[in-house]
Design a protein around this ligand. Structure first.
Ligand SMILES: [Zn+2]
Length: 487
């Protein structure tokens, strides 16, 4: 009797509450359902690109920096900013981002901070900020604290992609530390997994997001000083208190792609804040919706704080850390209780050959897809891309194309070597043609054109390549001797 009454009450309770609408919160929780824009973005993230970014940032290949070709042999923060010619990762990063069309001073900015501490004592490390060496005690439970040394400036690199929608004041952050360390950190710290992997993910996001419109604003931040104890991210949080209230979530990517047992299993360090759980949930939904094939330990209690996401946790901002299978967790999680830690972590042997590319690529895609989804994609910037022709005139070349709907300006690029050569921007025009008078006769000129919005980061894909050359006019051969003869 009593039992059935309880059941009846329970049924009524369920009936009533299932029809009551859910409480509407001020900030809509992000849902990362399937979106065709995200699918198109992820289709452009290729293993070839990811491998090349990691090779470039970890000193495998020469990279163009200014007028020279250099290898980036270390990214230890002191070397990044002391003009070490083997540590030019910061200027290389800036040049690459500018080549994507991120205008310096507007959409590409430096966040400068003073890093060097004059020690005044030690403090307990509540967040396991224990990745540094100089500034962390041997017991790894305390770190050295002190006053900033005003004689040095370090920088974080910030890419801003303003939102196009009604929620443009809300911000999604994608972060990774670009610095590295090793026992020979001033000369040789490749840091391929830690953390050229995260840098590669951010470069792919920067490369691809510029072709799309998002409702929310996206910030892509390359932190430095992480290995000393999250200095770059701590300074960023401290210097942007108002921004913290507008951040929807932070996807921090630090150290992934090592997967010795090839089980495609990673760790998501989510922690216990509801806002972080929304970001973590989004990541798992993206993994499912785009068939990325990752397994994962979803770590809430006991999540580690030893990366830049912890600086945001300290400010109450939802954030997750995406990591290799660094620790053994409960067997019921995705990695089945296993630990698959990179033994080359913080060594001179942290090179790309130790990594497993299918896991690296899938994790990059999941990170890029999560940020794109959280930012609420609205579509491509332009429905079509320019199609151009180049026509030689007497002493000039005319480049023509059909107008692209929604374009404010067109950027004209030229190469003097080939369609596959290096192009430099020669003009920005608001009409649908360009007259190139800066030419030598009998030379081939190659052109490409890109449509753009002004006051935004929004580009079409590059047009086809068109080539033209102006021949020496035949009458010159006759006319010039005649003039000379007449004199
Ligand atoms: Zn790291």
């Amino acid at each position: 009797m009593k039992k059935s009454r309880i059941v009846l009450v329970f049924v009524l309770f369920v009936l009533i509450f299932s029809t009551v609408p859910q409480e509407v919160t001020a900030q809509t929780p992000p849902t990362c359902g399937y979106d065709s824009n995200v699918e198109s973005i992820l289709a452009e993230v290729t293993q070839e690109d990811v491998v090349q970014w990691i090779r470039n940032f970890s000193g495998e290949d020469f990279v163009p920096i200014g007028v020279s070709q250099k290898k980036i042999l270390t990214r230890f923060s002191t070397q990044l900013f002391n003009l070490n010619v083997n540590a030019l990762a910061y200027p290389y990063l800036g040049e690459q981002l500018r080549s994507f069309g991120f205008e310096e001073g507007t959409y590409l900015t430096d966040h400068a901070y003073t890093p060097n501490y004059v020690p005044t004592g030690t403090e307990n490390m509540i967040d396991l900020h224990n990745v540094g060496e100089d500034y962390v005690s041997s017991d790894r439970n305390t770190k050295v604290v002190g006053n900033p040394d005003q004689t040095t400036t370090w920088k974080n690199k910030v890419v801003t992609i303003p939102g196009h929608g009604p929620n443009a004041d809300e911000i999604v952050l994608m972060t990774a530390h670009m610095d590295s360390t090793s026992p020979q950190r001033n000369t040789n710290a490749p840091g391929a997994e830690d953390n050229a992997s995260g840098v590669a993910a951010l470069m792919e996001a920067a490369r691809l997001f510029r072709f799309y419109k998002f409702d929310r604003t996206i910030k892509i931040i390359f932190f430095t000083g992480e290995e000393q104890g999250l200095w770059g991210s701590e300074a960023y949080v401290e210097d942007h208190p108002a921004e913290m209230d507008n951040i929807i979530g932070v996807v921090n990517l630090d150290m992934f792609g090592y997967d010795n047992d090839q089980d495609m299993c990673i760790e998501l360090h989510v922690g216990t804040m509801p806002d972080s759980n929304q970001v973590g949930t989004c990541f798992t939904e993206v993994n499912t919706n785009y068939n990325l094939g990752l397994a994962y330990d979803y770590v809430t209690n006991g999540a580690i704080g030893a990366s830049d996401h912890a600086s945001f946790w300290d400010a109450g901002v939802g954030a997750i850390e995406v990591l290799e299978n660094f620790q053994a967790h409960d067997e019921s999680f995705g990695c089945n209780g296993t630990q698959d830690r990179n033994p080359h972590y913080h060594q001179i042997t942290d090179t790309i050959d130790k990594m497993y590319m299918p896991a690296t690529l899938a994790t990059v895609k999941a990170g890029v897809g999560s940020v794109a989804s959280l930012a609420l994609p609205m579509g491509k910037c332009f429905a079509t891309d320019p199609q151009i022709t180049a026509t030689p005139q007497t002493e000039s070349i005319i480049v023509n194309w059909a107008e692209i709907e929604g374009a404010d300006v067109y950027n004209v690029y030229r190469s003097t070597t080939s369609c596959a050569g290096s192009f430099t921007q020669v003009a920005q025009v608001s009409t649908n043609s360009y007259k190139d008078v800066d030419i030598d006769l009998e030379n081939d000129y190659f052109y490409k054109v890109q449509a753009a919005e002004t006051g935004a980061v929004c580009y079409s894909q590059m047009s086809n390549c068109a080539v033209a050359r102006v021949e020496v006019p035949i009458f010159f051969d006759i006319f010039i001797p005649l003039v000379i003869a007449g004199e």
